[in-house]
Design a protein around this ligand. Structure first.
Ligand code: TYD
Ligand code: MG
Length: 491
């Protein structure tokens, strides 16, 4: 029996140290070192990691002195369509880049209770319905609990094999024997291998278990889907370790208090990463939302001030969403700025541009902005909609009926062209929007006669927005201007 050694492992990046450190010198995180007992094997590997830091999987795949298979590029087997299987759920296929690739290794992360087990069980059911051999191993719930959920989701005749097991050694033995097409592990933080002494969920355990499953995926052509829990700060436990190993990282997000759920690919070796899948959680599981624009706008009415519709792009798909703004006189010396769904710095920047280039002054106003439906918008084309919502709220005048906005605003007040304007405009017109406000420079690519029902308003600069929407009686004179907002104040 080899002698046990105590090492300290950073739970954020997996770095080993012989002494405890308050702050990891590799990843910079504080208080992440945890004592773990390890047994170096004969080759001097510590839980599959040697002093040079190479991963366990690499060591196993090429170890043993056996030569590797070398292919010429021309006769390398390609990932043809035969190796991609539709999961039977269009929104999942879209995010995966066209279906599940044989032998791929997928990590699905998300908050507890968001619906990961539900989503994966629905995928399992659809795949099994197409005669794929699916093994669903839950290390969190009993077989009865898992079966109960499956029945609630309407699965009856689908032959999904269920198991409740947390020992990865046992899972691997069964999987090697059964040779399933798809193996599902719910979750990677609750399985463990007896070769590693530390507790399930620790970085060493997660890494070792994930490395073994990687080996299974790549040598047996089994598609492996692992579920991972997200920690308080929103990252997966053992994040970097896992993200490097898997082919695809999917994030399942949403507001617990609402029905919609969003599926995104954060990393994908087999497709684009910017696609968005939209679902609705119902009593009988997750339902696809094929037209997210209608979904995100379903509760919007035209008659409220502070609300603008933005034609966003989520991957290759245009999605209309509602941008809301609320401006109120601030009682604070440094007014509050709070934003959900768009970067608060962007809102600050736009209010500064408004201050400079129009007569609208928001410097002594509290500003709240929100993207309805939990979408997170990072593209600058949202600026024009934000500006419209801000002006509308500040002047308490609703924006014109059936209006839609797109375009970026620069620091000199100029309005810059948006990418993929045609797709955005098509979607807006399809949903009945007739007043389209967009950058003048997009005129080059758009032919208004293609959209007979729509009126195009070409915007060169932000002052035009004030001229269009800042009309009506000016609100009563405000108090003397407060000192400028303190940039460093925590909002
Ligand atoms: P679950 O898939 O267990 O979440 P996770 O695996 O991410 O922890 O789903 C949990 C929630 O989903 C639970 O609060 C109940 C809800 N739910 C429904 O609303 N409808 C359903 O059909 C199912 C199965 C769950
Ligand atoms: Mg679960």
């Amino acid at each position: 029996m080899a002698k046990q050694r105590t090492t300290y492992v950073c739970q954020s990046c997996g770095t080993h140290r012989s002494k405890w450190e308050g702050r990891c010198s590799d990843c910079g995180e504080w208080n992440t070192f945890v004592e773990e007992k390890t047994t170096p094997d004969r080759k001097g590997w510590v839980n599959g990691r040697n002093a040079s830091g190479a991963g366990a999987a690499g060591a196993r795949a090429t170890g043993g002195g056996v030569g590797m298979d070398v292919y010429n590029l021309i006769d390398t087997p390609s990932l043809d369509s035969g190796q991609r299987t539709s999961t039977g759920i269009g929104e999942v296929d879209r995010v995966l880049g066209g279906g599940l690739v044989r032998g791929s290794y997928i990590l699905l992360g998300g908050d507890p209770g968001i619906g990961k087990s539900t989503l994966v069980m629905q995928i399992a059911g659809r795949l099994a319905g197409q005669k794929a051999k699916v093994l669903y191993v839950s290390a969190e719930e009993s077989v009865q609990q898992t079966a109960l959920r499956a029945r609630r989701l309407g699965l009856k005749d689908e032959k999904v094999e269920l198991a409740s097991e947390s020992s990865l050694d046992t899972i691997m033995n069964t999987a090697l024997e059964m040779q399933p097409d798809v193996l599902i592990i719910d979750s990677i933080q609750t399985v463990f291998t007896s070769d590693v002494e530390s507790a399930p969920g620790s970085v060493s355990q997660v890494r070792e278990c994930a490395a073994r499953l990687l080996n299974l995926a790549k040598t047996k052509q089994t598609s492996v889907i692992i579920i991972g829990h997200v920690t308080k700060d929103g990252s997966l436990a053992g994040p970097r370790v896992l993200e490097h190993m898997v082919d695809t990282v999917l994030a399942f997000e949403g507001d617990h208090h609402q029905q919609f759920r969003l599926l995104r690919a954060l990393k994908n070796r087999f497709g684009a990463t910017n696609e968005l899948g939209v679902f609705e959680m119902a009593g009988d599981g997750l339902r696809e939302v094929p037209n997210p624009s209608e979904f995100f706008l379903q509760e919007r009415t035209d008659d409220r001030y502070g609300s603008a519709v933005f034609a966003a792009m989520e991957g290759t798909r245009p999605v209309l969403c509602e941008i809301q703004a609320l401006t109120t006189t601030s009682p604070l010396p440094s007014p509050r700025r709070s934003s959900i769904g768009v970067d608060v710095q962007r809102v600050n920047m736009l209010s500064a541009v408004l201050e400079k280039h129009t007569s609208i002054s928001l410097s002594n106003r509290d500003i709240y902005t929100n993207v309805v439906g939990g979408l997170k918008i990072s593209e600058p084309a949202v600026d024009l909609a934000l500006v419209a919502a801000l002006i509308s709220s500040d002047r308490q005048v609703p924006l014109p009926q059936r209006s839609c906005f797109l375009g970026e605003v620069g620091l000199t007040g100029e309005v810059r062209g948006a990418s993929l304007a045609t797709e955005r405009v098509k979607e807006a017109v399809k949903l009945g929007f007739t007043q389209i406000y967009l950058p003048a420079s997009n005129q080059r690519y758009l032919n208004p006669s293609d959209y007979p029902k729509a009126t195009f308003h070409w915007i060169h600069e932000i002052s035009q927005m004030e001229a269009k929407f800042g009309g009506g009686p000016r609100p009563a004179k405000r108090k003397a201007a407060a000192p400028p907002p303190n940039e460093d104040a925590p909002f």
